[in-house]
Design a binder for this molecule. Structure first.
Ligand code: ATP
Ligand code: MG
Length: 329
């Protein structure tokens, strides 16, 4: 059985973008693949974060994984920091990626631009190295991601090629990124030219947000002049974004969604219908989340997940250590 691996950083409250681009799709992989999903808590440290906030987000994220349909009997769910092999492989792999290629990563450029240039952490710069370790430790064949992570998986593919060529054997498995056809990049509701991100809270919809507030945000979402509903990312980014949200939650294509709204000539009516679909989906998730967070399930799942993940990670690390000339235990 091929293996699939994905993760989310517990940097903030999960957004509708995270759900549509990632969490919503995770359960479909657990029937076809040996599915590994983790919480990337080490990655969350790449920008300053309050310890208590990080701990709470981590717990919420696991509960949300379960609430969105991940089944711990089919999916190995664990914390990145519970498997020390991630850090050990990271320290080997950092010698096989180049500073030039890391400095070309869009995410690094975007995030570091907003910071004091004298205080950009090395971890933020080296983030894709750890991400390569995350993927390669589990011999992942497919990596489900949103569009923003594509460049990092491409870098990982370059690394696999470089490493396997250098040692003349297939030490690492070549991972394939899988990106959803609809909803790979949900934009902010207040500025539809910017990606919806959990670390940048303006205009975002959160999975654990009050439903009334979600409805208000959708009704107030930035739109453009006009009254017709059709997909045009350039000229109608706000409407196109809401159409994308609608289509992905309804599991239909953008064309089908446009057809559905062809007789609707009032943005208000359109937004109301989008809001209803979003609230219905989020309510289901919140109901399940509330049950899960009140139980011991999160701790149980993480304990078992860490044991299963460690078993696989240990074997891969040993293989790599032996390849490069370190005595693998
Ligand atoms: P951060 O601002 O901390 O980077 P984020 O919201 O970008 O947070 P990540 O933890 O970086 O979230 O990514 C988790 C998953 O969600 C990844 O698979 C990513 O591709 C996907 N994702 C993130 N934002 C969006 C979005 N706006 N639309 C669709 N998918 C997204
Ligand atoms: Mg991100």
């Amino acid at each position: 059985m091929k293996r699939s691996l994905s993760a989310v950083k517990p940097t903030g409250k999960l957004t509708l973008g995270n759900y549509i681009g990632a969490l919503k799709n995770f359960p479909s992989f657990q029937n076809e693949y040996d599915n590994f999903i983790f919480v990337a808590d080490l990655h969350a440290l790449t920008l300053p974060i309050d310890p208590e906030y990080l701990r709470n987000n981590t717990r919420d994220l696991v509960a949300l994984y379960l609430a969105c349909g991940l089944d711990p009997n089919k999916t190995t769910i664990f914390l990145q920091s519970d498997v020390s092999e991630h850090s050990e492989l990271n320290s080997i792999l950092q010698n096989y990626l180049y500073m030039g290629e890391l400095s070309r990563m869009t995410q690094f450029k975007d995030k570091s631009q907003k910071m004091n240039q004298n205080a950009i952490g090395l971890g933020l710069f080296a983030y894709p190295v750890l991400m390569c370790a995350d993927i390669l430790l589990y011999d992942a064949d497919v990596v489900p991601i949103g569009e923003d992570q594509k460049q990092h998986v491409e870098l990982c593919r370059d690394l696999v090629h470089r490493f396997n060529t250098r040692y003349q054997k297939d030490v690492f498995v070549m991972p394939e990124p899988t990106i959803p056809h609809v909803g790979a990049r949900i934009m902010s509701l207040s500025d539809p030219t910017k990606k919806m991100s959990k670390s940048d809270e303006k205009g975002d919809i959160f999975l654990l947000e009050d439903l009334k507030s979600i409805e208000k945000k959708i009704m107030r979402a930035t739109t453009d002049l006009g009254s017709d509903i059709y997909f045009d990312k350039e000229n109608k980014p706000g409407i196109s974004n809401l159409l994308t949200v609608y289509a992905s939650l309804k599991d239909i294509t953008i064309d089908e969604a446009t057809e559905h709204f062809k007789d609707c000539h009032r943005y208000g009516d359109f937004k109301k219908e989008v809001a209803a679909v979003v609230c219905e989906e989020i309510k289901k998730i919140q109901d399940r989340y509330n049950e899960i967070i009140a139980s011991n399930l999160v701790d149980e799942v993480l304990k078992e997940g860490a044991e299963k993940a460690k078993k696989v990670a240990k074997e891969t690390l040993k293989r790599v250590q032996q390849t490069v000339g370190i005595y693998g235990k």
